[in-house]
Write a protein that binds this ligand. Structure first.
Ligand code: ACO
Length: 424
């Protein structure tokens, strides 16, 4: 009962099963090639478990998401982003003292080396902030070389968490040509970030509490999502024992794509297009269903969630609350809700189990907060950072980690003789 049998070309092979703490089942194929000579073929890795992890549990059928066992709904309602960072990285909820000390460390490491300001100046103002985020994240490894000492690794984790938001805010200031605003030690993590984004040296600026609350919620909801594309990239790069800054910089690049974190920007651009087009939903629904159109309903569908994305449900409610508190009436929210209602009643989307994902409503909240579209994916990266770090740390400490190196099925030319150019 605890093995799987495979019959391959008349021979029978047996493979052990692995069961997770939530009874997820896997066939252990680590010896598949050694025993059978064959490899498993799974493009996109939809059926492949790449590691064992204690960090995040998702049940896509039931719409469950838990960080270290704690339901996302409870964390969203009662926790803070800094506490979630601690939980993900340290595998426990902090005591009041531990939380205060962690918060203090995150506060005292926010400054960037003054020389690093030159990086931002060397980019054209039109540069996408994700390019700057990725490049600056890896540049941190030049300032804080990684030593094998676990204490230094822990310090670098704090440095990265603390400095990433300063980098994000500086990238924004650079893009609009405004003076950088230094971090402030009297502000909490999220409030300080918003202050660096929106304050100007000529006047006092107090971050409205509604903005701090909304962003904290968004960051919590994005904090980890097990082996998604960017996290797998972080683990892939880290598996070669590349340092944490390099691994996370690669994760930032992977996140940028419109099929992953870049979808939040793509959703708003799509909603704006529909709005400009007079709100002709049916036209866009038809395009989304037509494979030749190259158009997809952005913010819809997910590799894992096949019923609902619990983060999208929380955000739909939050979008209503934040917009009403800010007194904003955004026609894009109406368009999004109508599009969702039409899609959920359409057999194409129902049959394929395509539901709104986290990116569908997040952009509307960012927009209401005054965050420009180009920065949406940076917000995602800021939220996902503790997850990347926790996953990198887990991989690094796991004795079973091997360098990630998939195989392939070669379909090119078979052996042939080289012909010199003049004879071709
Ligand atoms: N609009 C229209 N059709 C879709 C969509 C969509 N958004 N998403 C999937 N489909 C269709 C596919 O064409 C395919 O149809 P078929 O079976 O007739 O060929 C079927 O649904 C399955 O889609 P796949 O692309 O095979 O699903 P996969 O798991 O590989 O992709 C993904 C998941 C990338 C999220 C996809 O649904 C998508 O492109 N969504 C839009 C982009 C998006 O919102 N990305 C954010 C994801 S969440 C995140 O990263 C934070």
């Amino acid at each position: 009962m605890d093995t799987a049998k495979l019959i391959l070309k008349g021979h029978e092979y047996e493979f052990p099963l692995i069961e997770g703490s939530e009874h997820e089942l896997a066939i252990d194929f680590t010896k598949l090639r050694a025993q059978t000579g064959a490899i498993s073929f799974d493009p996109g890795y939809g059926n492949t478990g790449s590691c064992m992890s204690e960090i995040t549990y998702i049940d896509g059928e039931k719409g469950i998401l838990r960080y270290r066992g704690y339901p996302i709904e409870q964390l969203a309602e009662r926790s803070s982003f800094v506490e979630v960072c601690y939980l993900l990285v340290n595998n426990k909820l902090p005591t009041a003292e531990e939380l205060a000390s962690f918060q203090q460390k995150l506060t005292y490491h926010t400054l960037l080396h003054e020389d690093m300001k030159k990086f931002f100046e060397s980019y054209p103002p039109s540069a996408h902030p994700m390019a700057i985020m990725s490049a600056t994240a890896i540049s941190l490894s030049a300032y804080y070389p990684e030593l094998l000492d676990p204490e230094i690794i822990d310090l670098n984790i704090v440095r990265l968490l603390a400095k990433f938001k300063t980098i994000a805010a500086y990238a924004y200031k650079r893009s609009i040509g405004q003076a950088y605003v230094y971090p402030r030690n009297d502000l909490g993590y999220t409030e300080d970030f918003l202050h660096m984004m929106f304050a100007v040296p000529t006047e006092d600026y107090v971050v409205p509490e509604v903005l701090t609350r909304a962003l904290d919620l968004l960051l919590i909801l994005h904090a980890d999502h097990e082996q998604n594309c960017s996290t797998s990239t972080v683990r892939m790069v880290g598996s070669s024992q590349a340092n944490m800054f390099a691994s996370v910089a690669a994760g930032v690049s992977a996140l940028w794509g419109p099929l992953h974190g870049g979808a939040n920007q793509a959703v708003i651009e799509m909603l704006q297009m529909i709005h400009k087009d007079g709100g002709d939903y049916q036209k866009y629904m038809n395009m989304a269903k037509d494979k030749d159109s190259g158009f997809r309903l952005m913010g819809f569908g997910h590799r894992v969630y096949k019923n609902f994305d619990p983060r999208a449900q929380i955000l739909k409610k939050a979008a209503d609350e934040v917009l009403s508190e800010l007194g904003i009436n955004d026609p894009l929210l109406e368009i999004a809700k109508n599009l969702e209602a039409i899609a959920l009643a359409d057999s194409y989307f129902v049959e394929r189990k395509l539901y709104p994902n986290v990116d569908f409503y997040s952009g509307i909240i960012y927009r209401a907060m005054g965050i420009p579209t180009d920065m949406f994916t940076v917000m995602f990266a800021l939220g996902r950072l503790p997850g990347w770090i926790a996953q990198w740390k887990e991989m690094r400490n796991d004795a079973a980690t091997r360098i990630n190196r998939p195989r392939q099925i070669y379909t090119g030319a078979t052996v042939r003789d080289y012909v010199p150019v003049k004879e071709r």
